[in-house]
Design a protein around this ligand. Structure first.
Ligand code: ZN
Ligand code: CA
Ligand code: ZN
Length: 457
């Protein structure tokens, strides 16, 4: 009986520690975005802000080995042009050794205190984390922390006068002794009844409470200051900003500066509102859903031209991605989807599993090189139909990308930015060079289910 109960408890913990957002929130993902925007219009300068590696996937091996695994890869990632890594949330969580990090309990326990059934986190110990961060710095990489500040988990039960019930909002004591909390640090509090959203059934943090604001970013040992100053994090990825005012992201980043990106699910205009309030970058969910529709669900590359994306309307604030820890969004032609984000505006984020095991590593290395060497200026779509997409970037030297999802090698005559020049496929998928004529016109090719990226020699 006891064993069964214990097993059920453990299963419950595993479940809560690994609840993915797609399972518990209703995202705007299925909605068809209908805003039409010519890709050539309104574009600002293209991407020069580096390439991020998302350095984890859902349910990486347990047992505290992950920081060591990442440490072993940072110098090779730096060598192929990655400029920053995004680590999973690194503090002790309610589901202890099982947690993927999204149910934070003690923000200052990085795997150095025995609580929640473990000393190390799923990812390792504090010293292993510090060593991983310092190895990344030595390799020249920035390190972004995943900040979960919508909710907290693992508090014990206490009488809550704000609700008249017992709630799991007692975060005292904590082994770190830092950022102790009680019922009034959560909604409903005496400061505010609720905010933009709750996540699962977790106690929902009230940022309006001055104690919370002081501990998250205000005081000298706040989460923001400590993660930057003591742990060595250089920047931030904010989890589920749909759940609270993005203005609090601005407060956090004002206290500990660095690159920052919010996870905000919504349309281009909703994400732009988040950016206006947070002042920082945002993941380009509309781009990802367009890639999913174009390459996987609808098999229609014309959607890449017709769909509104953050990387088109606000390229300097767009972090583009194909897949992340929440779901494998683009399941077919995924390398071609990477060819899109790495030859367009925005800051591309590469997903660990795609790079390390699922896709052709040398093809991705080449695309990352292309992103660094050739992507600049603004994009003009030259041709798009269901199985072809051709676009050029205006920068110097600029590029022409040709994506082909059909089963045959295809060619098209296009007008490039180069007159009377020899052009070459820098993706190395087409061996022959061609020449543009005095009007810039050339015939370019793309192999079946592949892509080419043309530029001058
Ligand atoms: Zn998330
Ligand atoms: Ca909230
Ligand atoms: Zn076609």
């Amino acid at each position: 009986m006891k064993t069964i109960l214990l097993r059920m408890l453990i299963l419950g913990l595993i479940w809560t520690g690994c609840t993915k957002e797609k399972d518990v929130i209703n995202t705007t993902g299925d909605q068809q975005i209908t805003e039409d925007q010519p890709i050539s219009a309104n574009l600002k300068a293209g991407n020069t802000s580096g390439v991020i590696m998302q350095a984890f996937y859902w349910n990486v091996p347990m047992g505290g080995t992950w920081w060591g695994t990442i440490q072993g890869k940072v110098s090779s990632w730096a060598g192929i042009g990655i400029t920053a890594i995004w680590l999973p949330p690194s503090c002790k969580c309610a589901s202890g050794p099982y947690s993927c990090g999204y149910d934070p309990f003690d923000y200052y326990d990085f795997g150095d205190y025995n609580q929640m059934g473990t000393t190390e986190t799923r990812y390792g110990s504090k010293s292993e984390l510090l060593s991983c961060i310092s190895a990344a710095h030595s390799a020249g990489l920035k390190v972004y922390a995943d900040i979960v500040m919508n909710h907290r988990a693992g508090g014990t039960s206490q009488y809550n006068p704000n609700t008249g019930t017992y709630t799991n909002t007692n975060f005292n004591p904590l082994a770190s002794g830092m950022f102790l909390s009680g019922y009034n640090d959560f909604h409903p509090s005496t400061y505010e009844t609720s905010d933009a959203g709750t996540f699962s059934n977790y106690p929902d943090i009230c940022h309006k409470n001055p104690w919370v604001a002081a501990n998250l970013w205000g005081n000298s040992n706040s989460v923001a200051k400590y993660y930057k100053g003591t742990m060595g994090y250089d920047g931030w990825r904010f989890d589920w900003v749909n759940g609270y005012s993005p203005a609090y992201v601005k407060s956090f980043v004002s206290s500990a500066s660095g690159f920052a990106v919010t996870e905000y699910w919504g349309s281009v205009s909703q994400i732009q509102s988040c950016i206006n309030s947070s002042g920082v970058s945002s993941f380009d969910f509309p781009c990802m859903y367009a890639l999913q529709a174009a390459f996987t669900t609808n098999n229609n590359l014309a959607l890449l031209s017709s769909t509104a994306m953050l990387c088109k309307s606000n390229p300097s604030k767009a972090v583009t991605f194909v897949t992340n820890h929440d779901a494998n969004y683009v399941t077919t032609n995924k390398l071609l989807a990477y060819a899109f984000i790495l030859t367009h505006e925005g800051t591309p984020c590469i997903f660990y599993t795609d790079y390390e095991s699922e896709l052709n590593k040398s093809a991705l290395n080449t695309l990352i090189w292309i992103n660094k060497a050739l992507v600049s200026g603004t994009t003009t779509v030259l041709y798009a139909d269901n199985d072809e997409y051709i676009a050029k970037m205006s920068g110097s030297p600029g590029l022409v990308v040709y994506i082909n999802t059909s089963g045959s090698n295809l060619s098209r005559s296009v007008t490039t930015n180069w007159t009377s020049k020899t052009i070459h496929d820098f993706a190395n998928n087409w061996g022959t060079n061609y020449s543009t004529n005095s009007s810039g016109v050339a015939t370019i090719y793309a192999p079946a289910k592949s892509y080419t990226v043309w530029s001058t020699q």
